[in-house]
Design a protein around this ligand. Structure first.
Ligand SMILES: [Fe+2]
Ligand SMILES: [Fe+2]
Length: 362
């Protein structure tokens, strides 16, 4: 058994649980239970419990939390309690109820996840050698930072470029340690389609610009741009993003609005590099003018965007989606070559040299 096979029970109000559960599913299986729901045992014993949004300031809140945790108290299950605005008194109350860790709900996801990972971690003698745990953890860590950025975008908080830079350096380190092949294989196992796509695209773009000979500063900027390229999808309702049936024309228009939505969000917040803004807005533009949102063509499209578009199309083709299987890299290239005047053919040839020699990687 690996951490990914272990089970986490998340208890709290629906709205808080939904977003946190989505993020923690990068780590393991997650079941949620609304606070105050009947205290029936979930299927099987969880390996850890997280409570989020419980109010420990008044008797009603304390009783609700106690009722939710009571079935598990005798089972030595570790409990992490996330408090909205933790006071010392609430922290003590949480400990008295069995919480082994108490954190602010506003803590960075990567910090919350580190505690959850520790609670779920198997004893050393039970771990399997060569189970790819390290690369999985590196992928998850970048995913947690991405989740913080997406959550910030969807809740009107600042999409902090420093946080994106942190994700970029984690990603670069993972590629240096494990290679792009390991990165792509590991990311392909992520269940959430948006996180999976952004992490695939970012790994591909980071590896490509390094291969193109970009200097360290430009590599870092392009990796940040890749991590943020679909930040506008945080503004699209999850029911549409995760819909498995064919999208209606109206739904497709909403999905397509992620390019302008992400761009406008970052412009309004200020402080983001023009190249990053350019990639966020224009990564669906094609050289023949058939893309969106601004129907740019030819020389109107910068090199940064041309690179991003190739990486984005390739990521989409090699990804498994609900409506299509993943394509092997060679087949993806055949389709990209058939796109002809839409993509920069010189860059496409360089991309092919960088990625086709390692077909086993994808
Ligand atoms: Fe996009
Ligand atoms: Fe994309």
């Amino acid at each position: 058994m690996q951490v990914a096979d272990r089970r986490l029970l998340l208890i709290g109000p629906d709205d808080q649980c939904r977003s946190l559960a989505r993020t923690l599913r990068l780590l393991c299986r997650v079941e949620t239970r609304a606070l105050g729901a009947p205290a029936a045992q979930p299927l099987g014993r969880p390996n850890a419990i997280v409570t989020s949004g419980v109010r420990l300031r008044d008797k009603t809140g304390i009783e609700a939390a106690q009722t939710a945790l009571r079935p598990f108290l005798s089972q030595s299950i570790p409990v992490l309690c996330l408090l909205d605005q933790p006071s010392a008194r609430e922290a003590v109350q949480a400990r008295m109820m069995g919480a082994s860790v108490v954190l602010s709900a506003g803590a960075p996801t990567v910090m919350i996840a580190a505690h959850v990972r520790e609670m779920l971690r198997l004893p050393a003698h039970q771990r399997r050698a060569g189970d790819q745990a390290e690369i999985r953890e590196r992928v998850q860590d970048v995913g947690f930072v991405l989740a913080d950025l997406m959550n910030a975008a969807s809740t009107g908080m600042r999409v902090d470029d420093g946080i994106a830079a942190g994700a970029a350096s984690l990603l670069t380190e993972a590629l240096r340690n494990d290679g792009i092949g390991s990165w792509l294989r590991t990311v392909a196992m992520i269940h959430d389609p948006t996180y999976r796509h952004c992490l695939l695209m970012a790994g591909i773009m980071s590896a490509f610009v390094l291969q193109l000979g970009f200097n360290a500063g430009d590599c870092d900027r392009m990796t940040r741009a890749a991590i943020l390229h679909d930040i506008g999808k945080a503004l699209v309702p999850l029911e549409i993003i995760n819909k498995t049936d064919r999208l209606s024309d109206e739904e497709m228009a909403v999905v397509r609005s992620h390019a302008t939505g992400g761009h406008e969000l970052l412009v309004a917040q200020g402080g983001h590099h023009p190249a990053i803004l350019d990639v966020v807005r224009h990564h669906h533009e094609y050289l023949d003018g058939s893309g969106y949102p601004d129907r740019l063509r030819g020389e109107q499209i910068t090199d940064a965007v041309r690179i991003a578009t190739i990486c984005d199309v390739f990521a989409a083709l090699i990804e498994k989606r609900s409506y299509k299987p993943s394509l092997p890299a060679r087949d993806a290239f055949v389709l990209m070559e058939q796109m002809g005047p839409k993509l920069d053919q010189d860059l496409l040839r360089a991309f092919k040299r960088a990625f086709v020699p390692t077909p086993a990687a994808v």
